[in-house]
Design a protein around this ligand. Structure first.
Ligand SMILES: C[S@@+](CC[C@H](N)C(=O)[O-])C[C@H]1O[C@@H](n2cnc3c(N)ncnc32)[C@H](O)[C@@H]1O
Length: 248
């Protein structure tokens, strides 16, 4: 069994991928209900802010990476954007309430052409991926130059008071509530899974290394969640053509 040397309760590599897939297949039927309860109804406002932060025009095509039951896809569509979902768990896709097209697949091998989307959003999934750099490389490959990304994740608040409240809720209450309404093991994993997240500065650095510029981070609700935004570096195709025309 491939475990994380810094935290032996956490799996790595293919063992993690299998565990994550199985866990989301199990929790899928009650996933949305538990989400609303454990976020005290705030999760949808975080998703709306994520889509707004993209700043893309209506009609833009946006990949909802690790789309789960389609909450972010629905917000994209509500804002006039065209969503395409991708998720590893068939159970989550089956429980989806989104009409956007979706595909079963792995974020580390996205089945889309290079530069085929205007943006990518990802909600609460970074810590579930086996490794971040290969996923960031795939996001950079499928987003066109000048395209935008907005990646939403849980976070640990910085202030001591907020951190204490967060630990009580997220570390103790959530596993109990999740266990009662859904699956005990899955919601015991949830607070532990935060251990997988690199420091925000490391995530910023990894995004820059993958080919993103203007990497920004903001937090919501006293630091309980964080949002990374960035623009795909490179010259957008239309500008590229103009330059070629001017040169020749
Ligand atoms: C916490 S859920 C978030 C779902 C949705 N984005 C939301 O905002 O509610 C995490 C999702 O990531 C998916 N996931 C985990 N690893 C994945 C991978 N390697 N490729 C694609 N999806 C993955 C899971 O199946 C699950 O649906």
């Amino acid at each position: 069994m491939n475990v994380d040397p810094d935290c032996p309760v956490l799996l790595r590599g293919d063992d993690k991928r299998r565990m994550v897939k199985g866990m989301f297949d199990t929790v899928a039927p009650r996933y949305d209900l538990v989400n609303r309860v454990i976020s005290m109804g705030l999760d949808q406002s975080w998703r709306r802010r994520t889509v707004k932060a993209l700043g893309l025009a209506r009609g833009a095509i946006v990949l909802d990476l690790a789309c789960g039951t389609g909450d972010l896809s629905n917000v994209l569509e509500d804002n006039g954007l065209r969503a395409v979902g991708l998720d590893l768990s068939f159970g989550m896709l089956e429980a989806s309430r989104s009409n956007a097209p979706d595909v079963l697949g792995d974020a580390a091998a996205i089945p889309l052409w290079d530069s085929s989307v205007d943006g990518v959003v990802c909600g609460f999934a970074l810590r579930n991926f086996t490794e971040l750099p290969p996923v960031f490389a795939e996001i950079a490959r499928v987003v066109r130059p000048g395209g935008r990304i907005a990646l939403l994740e849980v976070a640990t608040p910085e202030s001591a008071i907020a951190r204490a409240g967060h630990r009580a809720w997220f570390g103790h209450a959530v596993p109990v509530i999740g266990g009662l309404v859904s699956d005990r093991a899955a919601y015991r994993y949830l607070p532990r899974s935060v251990e997988y997240l690199p420091h925000p500065n490391r995530i910023r650095q990894q995004l820059r290394q993958a080919g993103f510029a203007g990497v920004g981070r903001r937090t919501f609700t006293a630091g309980a969640t964080q949002l990374f935004t960035a623009t795909r570096a490179g010259v957008p195709e239309a500008e590229n053509e103009t330059r070629v025309a001017v040169v020749s």
